[in-house]
Write a protein of this length. Structure first.
Lengths: 98, 511
């Protein structure tokens, strides 16, 4: 029963990883990051059910807070990027070299 | 109000003090009053150091917050290093008294420091993760604090994406640990054995390797160092690296000591790769910030190398690693302070961090040239400076294991690193590569603000004195890190024992 949730979570995590590696739009990459974090949340809740203790669910609450903070800072960084480069494409915003 | 309550409070108090400082700085940023900055900083950092000293010295029961936070002599020495590094970097962050971004970065630095202190004190995976994220999120914003600079915007974006990517992997590792053990306590994890833990260990190593910037996962590091404004880059270079390395070390020492057969080869490989490639790429750099980024990758490799000795020795290894971390902090902050005095903190800083800016500096400004020489020689590891003693300690720990090839590789790497550190010294005194004879430059500081220059000179002086002092008198650091235990003379009860590692140590003592 738990295995099913774990497989779904692993798939979601994989989709998130793939999205970050493949997509070049920063906003989509941010969404993929959220997908990865939520996959972890699903894993934690499933394990919490398995072990019949609440520590995993408490962890999930903290992860959600952190994810929210991450999105806030991430969007601010993206807005700042857009003001400087007039794009949200990571390949164009790539000027730092020796 | 029982004893346990105070006990719990005392463990979190250093972190709370730093958070309070951040909030006060945030409020002060609204007003025009700027003269309070330094007194506040000194006061709160002293308080935080004092409370973490007290926390390490006073015997504590393992109830209440003791399940979440450790307070032992290792935590004390790490807190001491982090707070001193924070203090020195915050002194560097002093561009112009009217600039808003200085307030922003002050606040972000204080929050990041509180996260770093949580990380190194954590005894629970939730606390570790939250500390990690408080540190990371603050630092993502910190590297983008120069909003008008393209380089800064790009650096913060790269750091953000890669950093979040890495922490998601680490978090997945934590979730798998929870799945394997049903527990989030670091010490309890060590007692279980489950194949899922191998996968978790792999994910965690991946996450930390990204965060520390070890070799295959280092791509963000040179870009962030180059792109972030020079007022904050020393903080990013020192505090993040120290906190991540220390937390990684504690996690391996406490939770995964039984798995050492699995992770020792991986860690050794990562260490050698980081040292070699970091040093080789540093040879090619013209930008000093990029060169210091690659050098910090190499130094992370040296420190990581010491982790392989974890199974053999405990207390001695702890003091070797904390000594190296202290040495790294002093040398790097000093080098960045000199760089900032030379390049200034305005828009021109991104063009002036070239090697040729240092052309003839040793003759034009002897004191500054001398200090830079000192830091470069110490980074290269020349006796009797602090960098040499740190390397000596780490190498002698690793020699005790059977991984001699690791020490040989590290020694060869030290030799390679001489080339690029000494190149800076050569450029300063002998004008070998860039010299234009007879060309006279202005010899005043590039910073337009007299006060800021004063702060910088203060940081350079302190770092230079400490680089010599702790190099000549290396026992000073051991005494300082053991001070809480010795002072309160409650050795047997006050130490929160690290399982496994300490056991093997006491076995050694018996023989």
């Amino acid at each position: 029963m738990i295995t099913f949730y774990l497989i779904i979570a692993a798939l979601l995590f994989g989709i998130g990883v793939l999205g970050i590696l493949v997509r070049r739009n920063v906003l989509v990459m941010l969404m993929c990051l959220e997908l990865m974090l939520n996959a972890v949340n699903l894993t934690l809740v499933a394990f919490s059910r398995l072990h019949a203790n609440l520590e995993g669910q408490i962890f999930v609450l903290f992860v959600m807070c952190v994810a929210a903070a991450e999105v806030v800072v991430g969007l601010a960084i993206i807005v700042n990027l857009f003001r400087n480069f007039y794009t949200v494409d990571v390949d164009i915003a790539n000027g730092l070299k020796n | 109000m029982n004893i346990e309550f105070f006990d719990s409070i005392l463990r979190v108090l250093p972190v709370l003090v730093v958070i309070t400082l951040a909030i006060i700085q945030l409020l002060l940023g609204l007003s025009k009053e700027k003269s309070l900055k330094l007194p506040l900083l000194v006061l709160f950092v002293l308080f935080a150091v004092f409370f973490s000293f007290l926390g390490a010295g006073i015997p504590v029961k393992n109830g209440g917050a003791g399940l979440l936070f450790q307070a032992d002599s290792l935590t004390w020495s790490l807190n001491f290093i982090l707070l001193s590094a924070y203090f020195l970097s915050a002194c560097l962050n002093n561009k112009q008294a009217t600039d808003k971004s200085v307030v922003d970065s002050d606040v972000l630095m204080a929050f990041a420091t509180s996260g770093a202190m949580l990380m190194v004190a954590a005894a629970n995976l939730i606390v570790l993760f939250i500390g990690f994220e408080i540190l990371s999120i603050a630092v993502y914003a910190l590297s983008g604090v120069a909003k008008k600079e393209k380089a800064s915007a790009e650096a913060s974006l790269k750091y953000f994406i890669l950093g979040c990517f890495a922490s998601a992997f680490m978090l997945y590792g934590f979730a798998l640990i929870y799945g394997a053990t049903g527990n989030l306590d670091l010490a309890v994890i060590a007692k279980s054995d489950n194949t899922m833990l191998y996968l978790a260990l792999g994910l965690i190593i991946f996450g930390f390797a990204f965060k520390i910037g070890l070799m295959p996962f280092h791509y963000w590091k040179p870009d962030v160092y180059q792109g972030a404004p020079i007022t904050v880059v020393s903080f990013i270079a020192v505090v993040v690296q120290i906190a991540a390395l220390a937390a990684f070390f504690k996690l391996l020492a406490i939770s995964f000591i039984e798995f050492s057969a699995v992770w020792v080869p991986v860690i050794a490989g990562l260490a050698v790769l980081s040292m070699t490639v970091g040093n080789l790429l540093a040879l090619r750099q013209d930008s000093l910030k990029r060169m210091l980024a690659y050098s910090s990758i190499a130094h992370a490799g040296y420190i990581l190398m010491a982790f392989v000795a974890l199974k053999n020795s405990a207390e001695l290894l702890y003091s070797s690693i904390t000594y190296y971390l202290l040495a790294y902090a002093l040398m790097t902050i000093g080098a960045f302070a000199v760089l900032m005095l030379v390049t200034g903190a305005g828009a021109e800083q991104y063009k002036k961090d070239r090697l040729m800016t240092f052309d003839g500096l040793g003759w034009e400004r002897p004191a500054l040239g001398f200090a830079m020489t000192l830091f470069m020689l110490s980074l290269a590891g020349i006796p009797p400076l602090v960098g040499f003693v740190g390397k000596f300690y780490v190498f002698s720990e690793v020699i005790k294991t059977d991984l001699i090839w690791l020490v040989v590789a590290a020694a060869i790497n030290s030799v390679i690193s001489f080339c690029y550190y000494l190149r800076v010294v050569l450029v300063m005194y002998f004008k070998t590569e860039y010299g234009v004879k007879g060309k006279k430059r202005q010899t005043k500081d590039s910073l337009d603000n007299i006060l800021a220059t004063g702060y910088l000179k203060f940081v350079v002086t302190i770092s230079a004195v400490c680089v010599i002092f702790f190099g000549v008198y290396a026992q000073g650091w051991t005494k300082l890190s053991e001070l809480p235990n010795n002072l309160f003379s409650l050795k047997q009860s006050s130490k929160v024992k690290v399982d496994g590692a300490n056991m093997s140590h006491s076995v050694e003592l018996l023989h």
